[in-house]
Write a protein that binds this ligand. Structure first.
Ligand code: COI
Length: 354
């Protein structure tokens, strides 16, 4: 892709790269030298630029802060075995970003701005893409409403930005999770399927309460009955029951995860039966008790494929099979990584090699 958009480039005087310890990269804390910005007003995107990462001046009255018109994406760029850089399934993140935008009454972003922003940013911060196994450059496109106006209505002005952060996996060990039956993440007819700030904001208090009891994550359940599993907030959920891959179907309360979709494709290709359907807590607990549930994992861009080691429901803790014995998720995770790092054929055309 060439730059046909007249993106203004302003480089840092001095890169922060020499001061970065690439063997200690906690998720989302270290930002690369540059960011991409575009501004929207009166139906037009303009002022496209790559500039040094840093604060953006803004009014404390911007409506994103007051009413939550803010959406984002999470995607990753990988250093491939031959040294090239490839972004994994960028198209799917682009489509979901605009789906979120529509739900939040925000303007959609043209594909060339979304994609070219990534290209220019990675070109300039190419050295920030890690080359250790399991590491990548996490890309965080975000859009927020910038009208300094306190009336509750769709903003007339927006900023689109892309930040990048070199990172390893979000979780570093098998998860101890709690099935949440008091608080809810999303409701039918709401915004659960959109990657919008409020979905994450509302989950922070319930998660903080669970963290006090030693949990790493919550499993959200449906708001109407709290009997069915939905997702984990930071990732989708996938189980192996009777040798089949089973995952909650996508509905208005569940994010249509890119990693989830990728795993479904890879499982089917490997001849594993896949069921996308409602899954009751009862089925999960019985499966653990009678041994038919042999695997459970979180699947997400940040989370990658993270085994669930323990599940708590109504105060009772259930221990799952040793993650080392879980051949299905281990096999899929390996295939997925091999494709991302250019070590296995990319049959589905998922790698966007820059
Ligand atoms: C991602 O997987 O990219 C996400 O956006 C999850 C994040 C909130 C941790």
């Amino acid at each position: 892709m060439t730059d046909t958009l007249n993106i203004k480039i302003t480089k840092v005087d001095q890169s922060r790269l020499p001061g970065i310890n690439f063997s200690d990269l906690p998720f989302g804390k270290v930002f690369s030298d540059h960011m991409f910005i575009a501004e929207y007003e009166n139906g037009v995107w303009s002022n496209l630029q790559v500039l040094p990462f840093g604060p953006i001046p803004m009014s404390p009255a911007i409506s994103a802060l007051h009413y939550g018109q803010a959406i984002f994406e999470g995607m990753k760029a990988y250093r491939q075995a031959d040294g090239k850089i490839s972004v994994f399934r960028g198209d799917k993140n682009f489509q979901r970003f605009n789906k979120s935008a529509v739900r939040m009454a925000m303007p959609t972003i043209p594909k060339e701005i979304f994609m070219q922003g990534i290209v220019e940013l990675i070109k300039i911060d190419e050295k920030w893409v890690p080359n250790q196994d399991g590491y990548s450059l996490y890309l965080r496109p975000v859009m927020f409403a910038t009208d300094p106006y306190l009336g509750v209505k769709a903003s007339d002005k927006y900023t689109f930005a892309i930040l990048t952060t070199p990172t390893g996996p979000y979780y570093s060990k098998p998860l101890k999770v709690k099935i949440e039956t008091e608080f809810t993440r999303a409701d039918e007819g709401g915004v659960g399927y959109a990657k919008t700030a409020g979905n994450y904001g509302r989950s922070i208090f319930p998660f903080a309460e669970a963290a006090k009891e030693g949990f790493d994550q919550l499993i959200w359940t449906d708001s109407a009955t709290h009997e069915y599993i939905e997702e984990a907030g930071t990732a989708n959920l996938i189980f192996v029951i009777d040798g089949k891959l089973v995952t909650p179907s996508i509905r208005s309360t569940v994010l249509d995860g890119v990693t989830r979709d990728t795993i479904i494709h890879l499982a089917k290709e490997a001849g594993i039966e896949v069921e996308e359907r409602r899954i009751s807590i009862k089925e999960i607990i019985e499966g653990i008790k009678n041994g038919t549930l042999t695997d459970a994992f979180a699947a997400g861009t940040a989370a990658t494929v993270t085994p669930i080691g323990e599940i708590s429901y109504h105060g009772k803790l259930y221990i799952l099979a040793d993650p080392e014995t879980r051949s299905i998720s281990k096999g899929i995770a390996k295939t997925l990584n091999d494709i991302r790092y250019g070590l296995a054929p990319d049959k589905f055309g998922w790698n966007w090699v820059l």
